[in-house]
Design a protein around this ligand. Structure first.
Ligand SMILES: *Cc1c(COP(=O)(O)O)cnc(C)c1O
Length: 428
């Protein structure tokens, strides 16, 4: 498509957009009496209008039924998580038994490590992307230390080549091959939070398995953003949070994936709790842990129904939109439009004031563009905020902007770029 940098053009794209009505399913924050330009779905997705109703329904069940709510009402709480499965399998490319929702993300990473990081003196290393999300770094360091290894020796962090911002898949694979004898686990993000790079998870999982290691993925920035095929890609495990592109509320419930090939492996240990017990016998309260088959066998604690209610509201919007296929098509256009407009600012000014470090190939990125500001970055970011453009700032000089196809418009993207250009003067 040939993009133009006029409001009229942006509005014409919106007029043709089959998904434009979905914006009305969300509560858009206000700025000066108008919708803010919210491009921060990478950090916290917007509230679905329906969340209030879904939550109220459960509050009413609690009011009216109290403890009986576990077994009665429209959606008895005991099996409430089952209703999340269809939309989640659509978004993750998992089989129904391979996923469940529980806890929050970093906690689930730790629980997955219990099962999939079993270091020996020979095979103890973890290979991960350099500059992974800090919580993942801390989790991995503490896991390694917990098993008595030195993080400095056991953790291999891969960085892009000198002068590059994205990791090359070939480089990831050769690093896995080079460390094949000692690798216990390859842990990668689906999409890197800082650069917005989407990794080739199938290739990474394959290389990890060829090396005799497990492959796990943190999908915090990938799920609800890019299509996933976890089963087909042969990931051993994955986890994600639901409050970024899945719009399920601050601190919303997390999810896990465990590949079905592990269901019958008695060697896999786990930290157990009663909610992971086979559902048909859970309330016999018998001694000895007898796990539910599949990912549900990793559940630990009682379902947080209020979080699940909001999650359900948000996932139903994805189902209504027909899953991720059309959303992804729109997402590619939205992000490409933003990219075009940012490059246009550079061209007009005859210098690269804004350097996009996210890969230019749509197959290697999701919604997000990470934009390095060559100067006055913080002032430019503040200017955006003052003008109702909500993105986020990552030290030392990066602005992340993520147009989300469910609720952002081409006009949002146009406005964001216009303010970005004005900021060059305004912040000066
Ligand atoms: C957002 C994010 C987290 C946050 O984890 P919580 O346990 O939900 O606080 C962790 N890892 C990655 C990669 C993230 O993007």
């Amino acid at each position: 498509m040939i993009y133009q940098d006029t409001l009229k053009f942006a509005e014409s794209l919106d007029a043709q957009d089959e998904l434009k009505a979905f914006r009305n399913e969300f509560l858009i924050p206000q700025h000066d009496g108008k919708d803010a330009v919210y491009l921060c779905g990478n950090s916290l997705g917007l509230q679905p209008v329906s969340a209030h109703k879904y939550l109220t329904t459960q509050l009413n069940s609690w009011k009216d039924l109290a403890v009986e709510g576990w077994f009665q009402g429209e959606n008895p709480w005991l099996s409430f998580h089952q209703q999340l499965k269809k939309p989640l399998t659509d978004l993750t490319g998992a089989r129904s038994e391979e996923i469940t929702v529980m806890n929050s993300l970093t906690v689930n990473l730790h629980l997955m490590f219990v099962s999939f990081y079993k270091p020996t003196n020979k095979r103890y290393k973890i290979l991960m992307e350099g500059g992974a999300f800090p919580s993942d770094q801390y989790a991995v360091e503490s896991q390694v230390a917990f098993h008595g290894f030195e993080p400095g020796k056991a953790i291999i962090e891969l960085y892009p080549r000198e002068g590059e911002y994205a990791l090359r898949t070939d480089d990831i694979i050769s690093a896995i091959e080079q460390n094949a004898q000692e690798l216990a686990l390859v842990l990668f993000g689906g999409v890197n939070y800082y650069t917005g790079q989407l990794f080739d998870m199938a290739a990474i999982a394959k290389a990890a398995h060829n090396a005799g290691a497990y492959a796990g993925f943190d999908l915090a920035h990938a799920v609800g953003n890019v299509p996933l095929k976890l089963h087909e890609w042969d990931a051993d495990f994955a986890c994600w949070c639901s409050y970024k592109y899945m719009n399920s509320g601050p601190g919303g419930i997390s999810g896990i994936f465990v590949h079905e090939k592990h269901f019958d492996n008695p060697q896999l240990q786990r930290f157990a709790g009663w909610w992971g017990y086979r559902a048909d016998k859970r309330f016999l309260m018998a001694p000895g842990f007898d796990p539910a088959r599949g990912a549900e066998g990793w559940q630990v604690s009682t379902s947080p129904i209020l979080l699940m209610a909001v999650h359900k509201a948000a996932l139903d919007v994805f189902e209504k939109a027909g899953g991720l296929d059309k959303l992804r098509d729109k997402s590619i256009l939205l992000t490409a439009y933003l990219e075009h407009l940012v490059q246009q600012i550079n061209r007009k000014h005859g210098e690269q004031l804004f350097m996009i470090i996210t890969p230019a190939n749509p197959d290697e990125r999701g919604c997000q563009l990470s934009i390095v500001c060559k100067r006055d970055g913080k002032a430019i970011f503040n200017y955006l905020g003052q003008n109702g453009v909500i993105g986020d700032w990552r030290e030392p000089d990066v602005i992340r902007l993520s147009p989300v196809p469910l609720y952002n418009s081409f006009k949002d993207v146009y406005e964001a770029a216009r303010h970005l250009e004005d900021a060059l003067v305004g912040s000066g």
